[in-house]
Design a protein around this ligand. Structure first.
Ligand code: NZQ
Ligand code: ZN
Length: 387
């Protein structure tokens, strides 16, 4: 196990009706607040009104910026930075999913910087400070509610890029599973896939003695798998929604990744797809992860056989570990299919026309992944496997 420092400072407020405390939690950061949100979902569900009431009760001055799209765009981030600078905003409240939270984080970093916020995403500048942000989460998926990362798309060139800093971790995150009842089935499934992918990125490591985190990863994956169909059959099953919501946070708050080096190639490979084609990140991962696994499993067949056995209950065949490993990958693919995810690019009508461009863009800064370093030609092969 490698040396590590683990600190995750986000205060989690979990359970029914908890959005009512958002005003009290926000007011400690100042008087002027930017309320950031996406399309119509929070207005339709009534959450928007409840949040406004809670903020108003605390005497907060509210500035509003809605319209965050899935795969959030840097143009709206720039608009948010201008609003914050012109009005001396103290605090940003993100009400929504990963896209809203990521947009809020990018604004929070941009406010403390003289140059263009996109510099952070291109590695031309490093975040050193940012405005504090808080979250009311409406979709368990990206794990951005406790992560220090943000992923934003630049419309010019369709670059989808990530950056991060500890100051970007939300100060609090309110998680009420009831708020997720209104999610469309497809978005629920995308979220489930994304959180599973966050665990898999950490699970496939070259570090040998990481039993605690291996077992925690496997238990969290099994919990997600166990509750996924319960939600899809009954979207208002509170207990299943609660398990999935907490699992989404655990999957990405770094506790499952300590002492080991995660891989993250599949995320990089997927970001090139959703950057160009604007598909949901979770759907992109359901396509990329099985392809990545088929490309790399020979690097550590034992680990893949362990995954097959402990997560998917595949009996280990000691005479043919490769077979065990491959059955595990197939079971994972079947599971994604069973929750309505695409598992091939052709199923979302993506052909090979941009493969070379995506493989080049994805690896232009450095080879990606840590389990195995992947170069441009490897990434191209993985796109072909995913077709
Ligand atoms: O915009 P609205 O109307 O709110 O609709 C959203 C959106 O269309 C809808 N939705 C959210 N909550 C809802 C709801 N609809 C009904 N009822 C609710 N309760 O769902 C749609 C998707 O929302 P989005 O925020 O895009 O989903 P998600 O949380 O999956 O975020 C995806 C983004 O996060 C990034 C992804 O790349 C992608 O851009 N990621 C961020 C990470 C991070 N910061 O740590 C890590 C992840 O790996 C990921 O890359
Ligand atoms: Zn993800």
């Amino acid at each position: 196990m490698q040396n590590f420092v683990f600190q995750n400072c986000t205060k989690i407020i979990f359970g029914k009706d908890q959005e009512q405390v958002v005003g009290k939690e926000s007011v400690v950061f100042g008087k002027k607040i930017l309320l950031h949100f996406g399309g119509g979902s929070i207005k339709e569900s009534g959450l928007y009104d409840r949040v406004i009431t809670s903020l108003t009760e605390q005497g907060l001055e509210i500035f509003k910026l809605g319209g965050v799209k899935p795969n959030p765009r840097v143009s709206l981030v720039r608009e948010g930075v201008t609003i914050c600078k012109e009005n001396d905003i103290d605090f940003i409240l993100a009400v929504g999913g990963g896209s809203v939270i990521d947009s809020a984080k990018a604004i929070a970093a941009g406010v403390k910087y003289e140059g263009d916020v996109w510099d952070f995403f291109m590695g031309k500048a490093q975040v050193t400070d940012s405005l504090p942000i808080g979250v009311v989460l409406t979709i368990p998926a990206a794990g951005s509610e406790t992560s220090g990362g943000t992923v934003v798309t630049n419309e010019e060139g369709l670059y989808k890029r990530a950056m991060g800093h500890d100051s970007l971790r939300p100060r609090f995150a309110i998680l009420n599973p009831v708020l997720t009842y209104t999610l469309p089935v497809y978005q629920t499934a995308c979220g489930i896939t994304d959180m599973m992918a966050h665990i898999l990125e950490r699970y496939f490591t070259n570090e040998k003695h990481v039993e605690v985190t291996d077992r925690l990863c496997e238990a969290t994956l099994r919990t997600i798998i166990n509750n996924a169909h319960k939600i899809l059959e009954d979207p208002t099953n509170y207990d299943a929604r609660a398990e999935i919501m907490w699992a989404g946070t655990i999957a990405h708050n770094d506790s499952l990744g300590v002492g080991r080096i995660g891989d993250w190639a599949s995320h990089d490979i997927e970001h090139e797809i959703s950057g160009i084609y604007d598909i949901a990140h979770g759907a992109g991962l359901a396509i990329v992860f099985p392809a990545w696994m088929k490309y790399v499993y020979k690097h550590d067949i034992n680990r893949f056989a362990q995954f097959a056995n402990r997560v998917w209950d595949v009996e280990i065949d000691l005479n043919d570990l490769e077979k065990t490993a491959l059955v595990g990958i197939a079971k994972m693919e079947d599971f994604f299919r069973s929750i309505g995810m695409p598992v091939r690019l052709s199923e979302v009508e993506i052909g090979e026309e941009h493969f070379e461009e995506m493989a080049r863009k994805g690896t232009e800064r450095w080879p990606i992944g840590n389990f195995i370093k992947l170069h441009e030609k490897d990434v191209l092969n993985i796109y072909k496997l995913a077709l």
